[in-house]
Write a protein that binds this ligand. Structure first.
Ligand SMILES: [Zn+2]
Length: 324
């Protein structure tokens, strides 16, 4: 066999053996070996998310979920336009609903909840956007059956706050009740506390405000939070994911819910340098057999995944999230 031929055969073998297996629908599955995943969310549709955060995400090829308030778009100063949101959608970012008007849902009549929750999905759909998840404005309504039933009618999953990590099997709660999976209702028709419509995000900006961290202190906290998954994710199974929620980026006049561009850059660089796989909420799904939430690209774990231990928590206490 000629040398050229054997090099060619070896090259083909290498491509077959290692090429496609590492790229699955554009997602680098090397996380299966280093077990580090993170989901990035942006709430409210602030314009600075597009002008300052997007170029940094682009630099690393990261995709995020943007939760949009429909009636703010093209209407309110400081918020994105439909052109910008459609651009994000076309470029592979995930767009979710954050209601029509960003109001407290538990105060509303059924009809108005339908409008805020259901019509906001239609509103996005009118712009070619298929929203599969919802984020409750002011973190309000997920414990109200009336709100919950409407949210779960329109979306596959929903996000609340404020926990450093989301447990995919919903089994880490000790208080107020121990739950073993992500079922929404108990046998006695009570809403469960941990389910697919109460997936917890960690508000980076809220944490910063309540703890009065310096920029350096906030970066250290970020590093702790994104690494808090280490004890749950191993041997290629992902059981817990930090979902980092940002609001304003580089709005120096903002009093709260803001992250400096420099800090955001440093955080994204950290994720890239340390081999994190950055995913969106659209990568999460619910398995009707196991009643677990799982990552679509690692779906075998819905059956074989190891269960994160009860009562184990990250170093940070749960702070009730009142915000934004
Ligand atoms: Zn909000």
């Amino acid at each position: 066999m000629s040398r050229v031929k054997s090099i060619l055969i070896i090259a083909i073998f290498l491509i077959i053996a290692f090429g496609p297996s590492h790229i699955l629908n554009g997602i680098n599955t090397s996380a299966a070996t280093n077990n580090k995943v993170v989901i990035i969310n942006f709430d409210d549709g602030r314009k600075t998310q597009f002008t300052y955060a997007k170029p940094i995400l682009d630099k690393y090829g990261f995709k995020a979920t943007f939760y949009i308030v429909c009636n703010y778009v093209d209407n309110k100063k400081g918020f994105m336009t439909w052109d910008e949101i459609e651009t994000l959608n076309k470029e592979g970012h995930d767009i979710g609903s954050h209601s029509m008007n960003h109001v407290h849902l538990s105060n509303l009549s059924k009809m108005n909840i339908e409008y805020e929750v259901g019509d906001s999905k239609k509103c996005l759909d009118n712009h070619g956007i298929k929203a599969t998840s919802f984020a409750y404005p002011f973190n309000d309504g997920s414990e109200d059956k009336k709100v919950f039933n409407i949210v779960s009618k329109y979306y596959d999953l929903a996000r609340i706050g404020n926990n450093p990590i989301a447990y995919l099997h919903c089994n880490a709660l000790k208080d107020p009740s121990i739950e073993r999976d992500c079922t929404s209702y108990t046998n006695t028709h009570y809403l469960t506390h941990a389910n697919t419509f109460t997936i917890s995000g960690w508000s980076h900006d809220f944490s910063r405000m309540v703890n009065s961290y310096s920029e350096e202190g906030q970066f250290e906290r970020f590093v702790d939070v994104v690494n808090s998954q280490d004890k749950y994710n191993y041997d290629g199974s992902i059981n817990a994911i930090p979902i980092i929620v940002y609001h304003r980026i580089g709005e120096s006049d903002a009093t709260g819910y803001n992250t400096e561009v420099k800090l955001f850059k440093k955080e994204m660089k950290y994720l890239d340098d340390n081999g994190f796989t950055v995913l969106t909420m659209a990568d999460l799904a619910y398995d009707v057999k196991s009643h677990y939430t799982y990552l679509k690209h690692f779906n075998e774990q819905a059956i074989t995944g190891k269960v994160a231990g009860f009562g184990e928590n990250t170093s940070s206490p749960v702070v009730t999230f009142s915000g934004n």
